[in-house]
Design a protein around this ligand. Structure first.
Ligand code: G3P
Ligand code: MG
Length: 257
C-alpha cells in the first residue's frame, strides 16, 4: 500500500485523507460558513473552498465568476464592492433553512478553521484577468490569517495565480489543479514548487498516481461522491479525496491511513 510514508514528504503533509468540497459539500450552501457546521457534524477535519477578490480587493469565498447561481445577486462578482457582496443572500438557493447565509470573507473562514480545528485547502479562483493579484493577495492573506494553525494548502487551475502565490508566500504548500493531467505535468509542478497535484478522479489511473508519487508529490482527487470509487482511489494510494458527500464518505472506510 502506497501511503507516502516512504517518500520522505510526510512532514509537509499534515492533512487528513478526506476533504469537504466547497466547505460542506452538498449538505450546506457551497463556500459558506454553514459548511463548517456540516463538517463538524460528520467529523470532517478539512475543507476545500474557492477564494477570489471583490472589486475593492476583499478576499472572499465564491466558486463562480458570477453571482447568479449561488446568491440573489446578478452579474460578475468582480464588478461588486465588498459592501455590495456582503449584503447578498448566499444560502436561500440551497434551501429555505439557509436563507440569510452570507458570503464569508477569507478571514471569517480562517476563524472557523481555528475554532473548529479544521485544516483548509484554499483554491485560488481568480475572476477573469485577475490571476496574479488574486494569487498574491490570497497567499499573503493565508499566511497572516492562518498563523498558529495547520498551514493551508493553496491550489489553483491558474498557473499565473499559483506562481504569484509562490512568490508572495513561498513557505505555504501548493498544489497545481488539473482536470485531466497533461503530459507536461512534471515541468509545471516543478516550476511552481508544488507539494501536491490535484486532478479529477475521472481521468486518473493507478499508474499515474504511482508516477506522481515517484516524483515526490501527493495526490488530491476531486470530486468523489461514490464510496466504492473512494475506496479504490485510496487503494491506489491517493492522499486526499475531495467530496460533496461528507455524509457518505468516512475515514474509517478507507484503507492506507
Ligand atoms: O479543488 C478541487 C475542486 O474544487 C476543483 O473544482 O470547480 O469545484 O472548484 P471546482
Ligand atoms: Mg474548488
Amino acid at each position: 500500500m502506497a501511503t507516502g510514508i516512504d517518500r520522505g514528504v510526510s512532514a509537509q503533509w499534515p492533512y487528513p485523507r478526506l476533504v469537504a468540497h466547497r466547505c460542506g459539500g452538498t449538505l450546506a450552501p457551497e463556500n459558506t460558513l454553514a459548511g463548517f457546521d456540516a463538517c463538524v457534524r460528520y467529523g470532517y477535519r478539512m475543507v476545500e473552498f474557492d477564494a477570489k477578490l471583490s472589486a475593492d480587493n476583499q478576499l472572499f469565498l465564491l466558486h463562480d465568476d458570477t453571482l447568479d447561481r449561488t446568491t440573489n445577486g446578478r452579474g460578475p462578482a468582480a464588478a461588486h464592492t465588498w459592501q455590495q457582496l456582503a449584503a447578498l443572500d448566499a444560502g436561500a438557493w440551497r434551501g429555505a433553512q439557509f436563507a440569510g447565509t452570507r458570503l464569508p470573507t477569507l478571514a471569517e473562514a480562517a476563524e472557523r478553521c481555528a475554532r473548529d480545528g479544521i485544516a483548509a485547502n484554499i483554491e485560488i479562483k481568480p475572476c477573469p484577468g485577475r490571476d496574479a493579484i488574486t494569487g498574491t493577495l490570497v497567499a499573503n492573506g493565508a499566511l497572516s490569517l492562518w498563523q498558529g494553525q495547520t498551514p493551508p494548502l493553496l491550489s489553483s487551475f491558474s498557473f499565473e495565480a499559483l506562481a504569484a502565490a509562490r512568490d508572495a508566500a513561498p513557505s505555504l504548500p501548493r498544489g497545481m489543479l488539473f482536470e485531466e493531467v497533461p503530459a507536461d505535468w512534471l515541468r509545471i509542478v516543478r516550476e511552481l514548487e508544488c507539494v501536491s497535484l490535484h486532478a479529477s478522479h475521472r481521468y486518473l489511473n493507478e499508474r499515474l498516481v504511482a508516477q506522481i508519487h515517484a516524483a515526490g508529490l501527493r495526490v488530491l482527487v476531486y470530486t468523489v461522491n461514490d464510496p466504492a470509487r473512494a475506496q479504490l482511489l485510496a487503494q491506489w494510494g491517493v492522499d486526499m479525496i475531495c467530496t460533496d458527500r461528507i455524509d457518505l464518505l468516512a475515514h474509517d472506510m478507507l484503507s492506507g491511513q
